[in-house]
Design a protein around this ligand. Structure first.
Ligand code: NAP
Length: 258
């Protein structure tokens, strides 16, 4: 399917690896020029170069922490953007009784206030040109809480509320905002969470992965490529009537009817 977005320009945050990288790849495959971002310059430049070679699109790599004012200013300087994919690392797992105010502020900054600031920066330009697409990478924890990820549950619920209202305010200008909710995907983040289970329970990595995979009806972890394909579709010309949705990509793991 031709996604109809060849020549558009996208900012894909936190995209040297994992789900962000999957989104960058899929958009590049659709002919979209990219600004990619991550903190580690080496892995970012390597990812950017691979994508340039594979898809013959323009890719600007901007190293920096997207959760900081300076990091956001650095990527936004490469605008204007037709497409924004927000993403950042997720908060660490832990216990509800241990988290401090500082822990919450850090999680809110990364997974709620950063995507909101980025949307506030790019939405006026998208509305003025009458076309735009925003996809926020959030989490299955918005639909079904993951108890040890209480910082993530809290911050992402706040972002989801913001998107629910704002998406309806901008849709009339040809701009859509939607959230993609990853369940368990095979990325470094999944490895870190599996490692936490290994340490807590004294089991092997293979056992930890098998246990988690067994909770997924699809019987396996998702892939960044599958995730990226869903993101690219939401950014396509065909998705202009999908507004303010929270789309779960979890292999059926969340046992709900709706
Ligand atoms: P990942 O494999 O660890 O990749 C994270 C990417 O983001 C890397 O490129 C990393 O590069 C970059 N990054 C992290 N923090 C950043 C920051 N502050 N500024 C700029 N770049 C940053 O993670 P992932 O699995 O793709 O997860 C992406 C998001 O989805 C996270 O918020 C995660 O919590 C959420 N999620 C993931 C899963 C899953 O199963 N994978 C499930 C639910 C939710 P640098 O480290 O070099 O900055």
């Amino acid at each position: 399917m031709d996604l109809g977005i060849r020549g558009k320009r996208a900012l894909v945050c936190a995209s040297s690896k994992g789900l962000g990288r999957g989104c960058a790849e899929a958009l590049a495959e659709a002919g979209v020029d990219l600004v990619m971002n991550a903190r580690g310059a080496e892995a970012l430049e390597a990812a950017a170069e691979e994508i340039r070679e594979r898809h013959q699109v323009s890719v600007v790599a901007v190293a920096g922490d997207i959760t900081s004012d300076a990091g956001r200013a650095a990527v936004l300087a490469h605008g204007p953007f037709d497409i924004l994919v927000t993403n950042a690392g997720g908060p660490p797992p832990g216990m509800w009784s241990d988290w401090t105010r500082e822990d919450f502020i850090k999680a809110l900054d990364a997974n709620m206030l950063t995507p909101i600031a980025l949307m506030q920066a790019v939405l006026p330009g998208m509305m003025a040109q009458g076309w735009g697409r925003v996809v926020n990478i959030t989490s299955v924890s918005v639909k079904a809480p993951v108890s040890v990820l209480g910082l993530s549950n809290s911050a992402r619920a706040g972002l989801t509320g913001f998107v629910a209202g704002t998406s309806r305010q901008v849709a009339g200008k040809g701009v859509t905002i939607n959230n993609l909710l990853p369940g368990i995907h095979a990325t470094d983040r999944a490895v870190a969470l599996d490692m936490a289970v290994v340490k807590a329970r004294g089991i092997s990595m293979e056992e930890a992965i098998a246990e988690r995979a067994a909770t997924i009806p699809a019987g396996r972890y998702g892939t960044p490529a599958e995730f990226g394909a869903a993101c690219a579709f939401l950014c396509s010309q065909h998705a202009g009537f999908i507004v303010g949705q929270n789309i779960l990509l979890d292999g059926g793991a969340t046992n709900t009817t709706l």
